[in-house]
Design a binder for this molecule. Structure first.
Ligand SMILES: [Fe+2]
Length: 219
């Protein structure tokens, strides 16, 4: 990996639609000013605690701070969350409820919630989940969809893609964006702090998140 290839963002064209991937684990659609993130898994720390594992996430403080920072930076026409906003219906505290309602109020009518498998039963005032959304030649969903149109890209989450960076004596796994060129799917990395992941298929094109500010194409 040459230092030259390490960037602050990476642009990708899907036909004439410009997408930009950021190390903040967000994707910006230039034509529509939509900002996409996926798999936040709010309440995951509390879920572990309920199950006797002393894991803490400070009430998702960093997750919320990062979302507010993105809204202020991009001022998108819509913030689209591609599912798994919450981790479990059993770990939605009143604090979490207040924080999410505050966020919805802050960005009124501009947040679109796509329902993920973890969001089932997570009923919060003012959240109306949708299954998927079409925009230009893109379809946003949580799990990958079977789409027949050849010129349409499905942008989804669910898999929390990651990759292994290694040399002969050490290795580390990092989150990435992953493009399946054969099936027209772009998988977003999980946005949440406490999220594991799945190693992606070797044939996928990958852009790895090295730090808060750095992203790189993985060859
Ligand atoms: Fe997820």
């Amino acid at each position: 990996m040459s230092k030259r290839n390490i960037k602050n963002s990476i642009k990708l064209y899907w036909e004439d639609t410009l997408l930009e991937m950021f190390p903040s684990k967000s994707l910006f659609v230039h034509k529509t000013n939509e900002l996409l993130i996926s798999d936040i898994h709010l309440g995951k720390g509390e879920y572990f605690q309920q199950n006797g594992i002393p894991l803490t996430n400070g009430g998702d403080k960093s997750n919320f701070e990062r979302i507010y920072r993105l809204i202020d930076k991009f001022n998108p026409s819509k913030l689209i969350i591609l599912g798994d906003i919450f981790h479990s219906k059993y770990s939605i505290s009143s604090n979490l409820k207040n924080n999410i309602e505050e966020l919805i109020n802050y960005y009124k009518n501009k947040i679109i919630f796509i329902e993920g498998n973890h969001d089932k039963g997570c009923l919060i005032k003012d959240i109306l989940y949708i299954k998927n959304k079409r925009s230009l030649n893109l379809i946003y969903s949580h799990e990958p969809l079977n789409i027949k149109e050849k010129n349409v890209l499905n942008i989804c989450g669910h898999y929390h893609p990651k990759f292994l960076l290694k040399d002969f004596k050490d290795k580390i796994s990092l989150k990435c964006f992953a493009l399946d060129n054969y099936r027209n799917k772009l998988y977003l990395p999980a946005f949440g702090d406490l999220t594991g992941g799945k190693f992606c298929n070797r044939e996928f094109q990958k852009w790895g998140i090295l730090s808060e500010n750095n992203i790189v194409e993985i060859q």
